[in-house]
Design a binder for this molecule. Structure first.
Ligand code: FRU
Length: 501
């Protein structure tokens, strides 16, 4: 990040000196996005345009707990290094700016683009929920690469007079040549699809739900198509739910099926729930719009927290942040099609000091790890065990976070019961496990450890667990452990990661 001035625009601009101690705080994520100060929740408006990845985010410019919701803004050329920009859309006239998305209006279908380049008619359009005594959908446009935004005069563009109607995600549907908006009817556990030719006039198309997990509000839906294999494709409808997720509180479920431009059809029984992440801290995920076809990746990130305790996390002067961006894939496992997530390759640019171990027994591997001390690293391992084996991360008496594999239960897990500060909420400590499909004695684990988080990707992202932790800065050791019998480290690579700030 460029050190210097950080400006917030809220009525008038307020500029603060970005003190050099910012981003060095004990729990400050070193390679995840977090705002310099104050509160953030959902990622919003993820769009790639003219060489920049935009990250807007739910932001409270006035405090470090939820409130005064506005869209904070940052840009990046690699989704790893972020540059802070002023607030893009601010709370105004009693209306908060809730979650939403952004698209490139390539051919000025909205008539709102005033691009000065005669060969390029495009501009950025943001689609968000205006929250007052009820919720409606509005749009805003930017003709200067997202630097300044104007709310459309004809807002709201959809108003059904509903209290729980939010989080519009818009994309261009090639086949029907129409903009599609996916929204959440949160309390009804439904998503509602709308269609439009100009992003201003919208027609309701269909509803999907209730299905899957329905014990909490449905929020922040997303819909995109992914290849499976041999020319097959499927649509993924992602629906975040709070509370009632697999690890408790907030989490992401998804449906796999078909979308014909009007209606989503679930491939699976409505009673089946698929979870994208088995940890407690991955919510309100959103995928990038307009990543160039030559790149072709579908990449998403999620809010790295949980509504059960987000407002109480022990950090200062900011609160919460985003997960690492992940590439989404569909994988065929037997007759089932499941979502897999892999960390974006760009993160490899942060790799520093490297340690390779293996093949080795646990004792030998631990001798090699004795000199390793870090709070910020990437680990890639293949382990063979007939019982339970894994890592003690961020270790320092009496703290440790376990991340491992249990061959008997065919699960991977993160156990943060003794990870450090856990007592700020009774909902925080615990063990979060996810099934490993096609399990045998061998497991491949890819783990990203930051100053206050662990993200575990098992078997090429087939099972993912994301958890925050708040260990003491001196808990920076790393060990392998094995229960009940022998385990072998087939290979282990650890890279210390450089700070992006
Ligand atoms: C999800 C959410 C959204 C809403 C936003 C408000 O975390 O509740 O449904 O738009 O946060 O900040």
């Amino acid at each position: 990040m460029k050190r210097g001035l950080i400006c917030f625009v809220l009525g008038a601009s307020i500029c603060l000196l970005n003190a050099s101690e910012l981003y060095t705080e004990p729990f400050r994520p070193q390679f995840h996005f977090s705002p310099a100060r104050n509160w953030t929740n959902d990622p919003n408006g993820l769009v790639f345009y003219q060489g920049e990845y935009h990250l807007f985010y739910q932001y409270n410019p006035l405090g470090d707990t939820w409130g005064h919701m506005s869209w904070g803004h940052a840009v990046s050329t690699d989704m790893v290094h972020w540059k802070h920009l002023p607030v893009a859309l601010a709370e105004e006239n009693g209306e908060m700016i809730f979650s939403g998305s952004a698209v490139v209006d390539w051919h000025n279908s909205s008539g709102l683009c005033r691009n000065r380049d005669p060969r390029d008619h495009s501009c950025l359009i943001a689609i968000y929920t205006g929250h007052s005594d009820h919720q409606s959908q509005s749009i805003a446009f930017s003709n200067d690469r997202g630097r300044t935004w104007t709310k459309y005069k004809g807002n709201p563009v959809i108003d059904l007079g509903l209290r729980d109607f939010r989080d519009p995600k818009v994309f261009w549907h090639e086949k029907t040549h129409e903009w599609i908006m996916v929204t959440a009817l949160a309390a009804a556990h439904k998503v509602r699809f709308f269609g439009s030719s100009d992003l201003k006039r919208w027609t309701a198309l269909s509803d999907f739900g209730p299905a899957g997990a329905t014990s909490g509000a449905w929020e922040c839906p997303d819909l995109f198509r992914l290849p499976v294999d041999a020319g097959q494709t499927r649509w993924v409808l992602s629906v975040n739910i709070n509370p009632g997720a697999i690890a408790g509180g907030s989490g992401n479920q998804y449906f796999v099926g078909q979308f014909d431009g009007t209606r989503f059809t679930n491939d699976n029984p409505a009673s089946q729930t698929l979870w994208a992440d088995y940890g407690k801290d991955f919510y309100a995920s959103q995928s990038y719009s307009d990543i160039p076809p030559l790149d072709g990746r579908r990449i998403w990130m999620g809010w790295f927290s949980n509504w059960l305790y987000a407002n109480k996390e022990p950090t200062d002067p900011w609160r919460c942040g985003q997960s690492i961006p992940r590439v989404l894939k569909l994988k065929k496992i037997g007759n089932s099609i499941r979502l897999a997530q892999e960390p974006i390759a760009e993160l490899a640019s942060l790799r520093g000091e490297h340690l390779h171990i293996g093949p080795a027994g646990v004792v030998e591997a631990n001798l090699r790890l004795r000199g390793f001390h870090s709070d910020t690293y990437e680990l890639s391992a293949e382990i063979d065990t007939a019982s339970e084996a894994g890592f003690k991360l961020r270790k320092g008496a009496p703290e440790e976070t376990l991340a491992g594999y249990n061959a008997n239960s065919a699960e991977v897990f993160i156990d943060r019961t003794r990870s450090g500060i856990v007592d700020f909420s009774g909902d925080f400590p615990g063990r979060h496990a996810g099934p490993v499909v096609a399990a045998n004695h061998r497991i491949r684990l890819c783990i990203f450890v930051d100053r206050s988080s662990v993200e575990l990707f098992a078997n090429d992202g087939g099972t993912v667990i994301s958890d925050r932790i708040f260990p003491s800065p001196t808990s920076n050791g790393l060990e392998i452990y094995a229960l009940g019998g022998s385990a072998r480290v087939i290979s282990l690579d650890v890279w210390k990661l450089k700070s992006t700030w």
